[in-house]
Write a protein that binds this ligand. Structure first.
Ligand code: HXC
Length: 266
């Protein structure tokens, strides 16, 4: 994995004067998404549950481009009022919001017998309700600025993945939310799309879901014979926020090397 996002594919400055609001922005995947957008000209607000970590990551991303402004805010996406405050703070400090990434997520492996009602609720509330809360809190800005939203989905609800019923249900809901909002807010010029990452190297999700001894087997089971990288997700993000995708909304880009088509359940 390269140390920083490379601009070799996309033009520097394509996101000049654009403001990004990203939940889960201190996590591995979303961090690289924001890095890419900031390197290409955007300024950003990242929110996360762990305030100190989020502030630290924001300060590090800000270093990636001279003149960039990136701040981190401590917010639990289950708390709608806290998200409203974060959106208000963003507008106060940056003037507007153009792009929203709903990336905050929670996950663990749990078989149905040991998955409590509260555990199911926790994941659905972080992933699905948290995504709803984020776009709801930002809706005025999105409509005003013909905004663009990316939800981080998954592939595990395309088929049955054991021990992941909670996440599969939450991510299926996110896809449905994205499709409905693409239709409802399309006339206002707001776009909604999902990115569905497959196995992405070095992420918390991978370390939580895949035991180390299974890594090599899992890697070989991906048709492209490698795990994805955070840059693969960042490239898809740049494409979806760029004018190159201006007629794409209500879509899901699966970035998984065709892994889910094999039915290997990784
Ligand atoms: C079974 C578990 C559990 C586990 C927690 N719970 N961990 N049940 N197995 N390993 C249960 C608890 O017992 C409790 O139920 C309920 O879940 C809520 O737990 P809390 O700790 O009180 O909740 P909270 O602090 O809100 O924590 C949320 C969390 C946690 C999701 C449970 O894991 C978390 O904060 N994760 C954040 C980071 C994270 O998960 N990142 C990975 C993202 S990767 P009871 O009944 O006891 O009250 C990702 C990839 C998805 O999302 C796509 C994959 C392909």
């Amino acid at each position: 994995m390269a140390a920083t996002y490379t601009t070799s594919v996309f033009q520097p400055g394509i996101f000049n004067n654009k403001i990004v609001f990203c939940t889960g922005g201190a996590g591995t995947i979303c961090r690289r998404q924001v890095e890419a957008l900031v390197i290409l000209g955007a300024n950003a607000v990242i929110v996360g549950r762990r305030m100190e970590v989020t502030e630290k990551v924001a300060a590090e991303i800000q270093q990636l481009r001279k003149g960039a402004k990136v701040i981190g805010l401590g917010v639990d996406v289950r708390d709608y009022k806290a998200l409203q405050r974060a959106v208000a703070r963003t507008v106060e400090d940056f003037g507007k919001i153009d792009y929203v990434i709903c990336g905050a997520a929670g996950n663990f492996l749990a078989d149905f017998k040991h998955l409590s009602s509260n555990a199911f609720k926790a994941v659905v509330e972080i992933d699905l309700l948290g995504s709803f809360n984020t776009v709801k809190a930002a809706q005025d800005q999105l409509i005003q600025n013909k905004g663009n939203v990316i939800f981080i989905s998954a592939t595990l609800h395309y088929y049955g993945v054991p021990f992941q019923s909670h996440v599969g249900a939450a991510k299926a809901g996110i896809d449905a939310l994205s499709n409905a909002l693409a239709v409802e807010l399309g006339p206002f010029g707001v776009r909604f799309n999902c990115i569905a990452p497959g196995p992405i190297d070095g992420t918390e999700g991978m370390s939580r879901l895949l035991p180390k001894e299974m890594l090599e087997m899992a890697r070989k089971s991906v048709p492209l014979q490698r795990f994805g990288t955070v840059d693969d997700i960042a490239h898809a993000t740049v494409f979806l926020f760029s004018p190159a995708s201006s007629f794409i909304t209500g879509a899901t880009i699966v970035v998984d090397g065709a892994a889910w088509h094999t039915g290997q359940r990784i």
